[in-house]
Design a protein around this ligand. Structure first.
Ligand SMILES: Cc1cc2nc3c(=O)[nH]c(=O)nc-3n(C[C@H](O)[C@H](O)[C@H](O)COP(=O)(O)OP(=O)(O)OC[C@H]3O[C@@H](n4cnc5c(N)ncnc54)[C@H](O)[C@@H]3O)c2cc1C
Length: 306
């Protein structure tokens, strides 16, 4: 579904063309159904994007495959080094998961700020990624976490960085026969701080106009590692490696942060092309970056990590 900047309820009467609806019991069965539909089926998870897309006529599938009862897609699991989140895990479940809070707080924070409680209870991380909106709130955190998506079809399985899953606005590299099973990332160590800030028209129910996710590691007063990903201002989610390189090895004092914030807005303008809104957006994105950095430096987003 393509999001408008303001999600208004629709008032005209709407006809959704008829379709078949199946609830497979296993992942294999879901893959078989998808393969046999030859591109005419769509996966449905929470339906918060898809149903609006069906109403708008964006797609016209003959079959919907409901993946919400597949247990492989509903788990949040840890190994010694990684945390995995199933594609059908909802934003509410992510926001309330002690594991995600401990090892991926930046994702937890973003999930807790999505839409409204109803949307968070239905909407899933997989749907958020595969819908591919430039304003998808989980994408910047997943980029800074270097998250890898696990994708499966009847015949093969592949692991692909989330940054490469989204190819363009509302476009992913997923084939019609593929299902996103989940994402995994390296657990954040305790000395890594994070910051996530989003700016929307209204507090609730509005999609992000801009957001910044970042991870930061400071040792002996110098930035050792930093990852920065803006959301909603670039056509596809991506890190800002040039700004990250500039900041590495420097003390995060006000002067350095001010120069870095200008580099963030310059990168944003360079990558998205000069637009009429650039003069407005540049100072806002600089201020957003500075706030996210200060939050990270002060450890404001770390509550709940033991
Ligand atoms: C009122 C409202 C407010 C919203 N606010 C926000 C917000 O603040 N921030 C934000 O980021 N989003 C927001 N959204 C968008 C939406 O809720 C999220 O993108 C949500 O995460 C989508 O998940 P879903 O499970 O509902 O996806 P669905 O609608 O079920 O699916 C979306 C797309 O992904 C595909 N898909 C889903 N799961 C898989 C899978 N595992 N494998 C392959 N394909 C899959 C579907 O076929 C479909 O094309 C809002 C939506 C509404 C209606």
């Amino acid at each position: 579904m393509k999001w408008s900047s303001n999600l208004q309820p629709q008032t005209e009467s709407i006809m959704i063309p008829s379709f078949d609806y199946k609830t497979p019991k296993t992942l294999q069965e879901a893959c078989d159904l998808l393969q046999e539909a030859h591109g005419k089926a769509k996966i449905i998870a929470g339906g918060t994007d898809l149903v609006i897309g069906l109403r708008n006529g964006d797609s016209n599938p003959s079959l919907l495959i409901d993946i919400t009862s597949l247990k492989e897609l509903r788990r949040i699991e840890e190994t010694d080094e990684t945390l995995s989140v199933g594609a059908a895990v909802t934003h509410s479940e992510i926001a309330s998961s002690p594991l995600v809070r401990q090892y991926g707080i930046v994702l937890s924070k973003a999930a807790s700020e999505i839409g409204s409680p109803q949307i968070r209870n239905l909407g899933t991380i997989g749907g958020n990624i595969v819908n591919g909106s430039p304003a998808a709130d989980t994408l910047p955190p997943l980029i800074v976490l270097d998250a890898i998506g696990k994708v499966i079809s009847r015949d093969r399985e592949r692991n692909v960085p989330v940054a490469q899953l989204v190819k363009g606005p509302y476009e992913t590299s997923l084939k019609p026969s593929e299902i996103l099973v989940g994402v995994s990332f390296k657990k954040l160590s305790q000395d890594i701080r994070s910051g996530f800030i989003r700016l929307a028209r209204r507090e609730a129910m509005a999609i992000a106009r801009m957001s910044i996710a970042l991870l930061l590691q400071v040792q002996e007063g110098k930035i050792q590692n930093i990852r920065i990903a803006p959301g909603a201002i670039l056509p596809t989610p991506q890190g800002l490696s040039d700004v990250e390189e500039f900041l590495k090895g420097k003390s995060p004092d006000e002067e350095v942060l001010r120069i870095a914030s200008r580099k963030v807005s310059e990168a944003m303008i360079r990558r998205s092309g000069i637009r009429p809104s650039a003069p407005y957006k540049a100072p806002v994105v600089e201020a957003l970056f500075l706030r996210a950095m200060r939050r990270a430096l002060e450890g404001q987003d770390e509550t709940g990590r033991s």
